[in-house]
Design a protein around this ligand. Sequence first.
Ligand SMILES: Cc1cc2nc3c(=O)[nH]c(=O)nc-3n(C[C@H](O)[C@H](O)[C@H](O)COP(=O)(O)O)c2cc1C
Length: 343
Amino acid sequence: MLKILFAPLQGYTTGIYRKAHAEIFGGVDAYYAPFLRIENGKPREKDLRDLENAHAECSGNADSKCAENAKGNGASYKVVPQIIANSINEFQALTDALLQKGFTEIDFNMGCPFPMQVNRHRGAGLLNDTQTVQAIMDEIKKFSSAANETASVKFSVKMRLGQETPDEAFALLPILNDTPLAHITLHPRLGKQQYKGALDFSSFERFYSECKHPLVYNGDITSVSQIHEMERRYPKLAGIMIGRGLLARPSLAAEYKQTSHLNSATTSQDFLGKILQMHQIIFENACHTYQGDSQILSHIQSFWEYLEPNIPKKTFKKIKKAGKLNEYIEAISMLQTECKASN
Ligand SMILES: Cc1cc2nc3c(=O)[nH]c(=O)nc-3n(C[C@H](O)[C@H](O)[C@H](O)COP(=O)(O)O)c2cc1C
């Protein structure tokens, strides 16, 4: 059975979301947190606070292993933080901040296509710079040297084929192959494609055969049958990372693992009932964590975006348009009534 990793999605898979997902749906082997970045010369406080949610449920911080495992309803789930950096200095500052928090596994982002990051030479903007990648990989090597007391820290890389051309990934591959990485996750698109357009499976296959690390596939997976098909086509694959497919169908990983009673034949009411349970946890947590209607709403409204096809049109509009918390609560109770009425 393949490992299923929840992809990091800025603005969606927050600490509150991850916890609620683990509690209600689960089936995910690890949740990758959205990237931590440098802002005004230091690791961004807001991102660090969000990661603290991963600790909040831990009983005692003495055990560093605890830091990578949060608990949802008693069941522990794994959270891996991710960093995005354009230089060895940024890499070191971000890594230090996470090590201080007790994390023992870190993912390095070389795939983000957002112009704000690419123009700053981060994410996919780093893929054509073998020199900087080499310097960062040399830094990762230091963590695995026997003399280093943080030798237990593991690094993985999440990347695309390139910003402009797949040649970029193949120029980097010997450097990556020569670095002790836990795995590489590859999204077989170019940065300039952002999240749309054709996936380049022929480059993926070449990367799959030349990569010496466990390889995780990422891109456009939305069904259990697609996961089985990937398993069949690529028997050496170490896992599948899923983003938007899990936002749209949070039961997908559990369906694949067969740990959920939900499956492709599940009625929409049954599915919506679970979604409402997950929402309740997020809503309560958001109200507890944030202040003021707009802060709470901006956190909670994104939860519904990818779920639109499952929700009556009029109710979805009401949820999205709510500008005040009481309007939002009204829209949700409308959805609850609709869900009950169709049962
Ligand atoms: C809104 C949004 C935010 C994202 N944020 C991150 C991020 O913080 N770190 C990252 O590595 N990838 C990020 N991604 C990319 C996803 O992790 C994933 O690679 C991409 O969505 C393709 O996988 P999917 O087709 O399964 O969604 C983001 C994607 C979207 C659409």
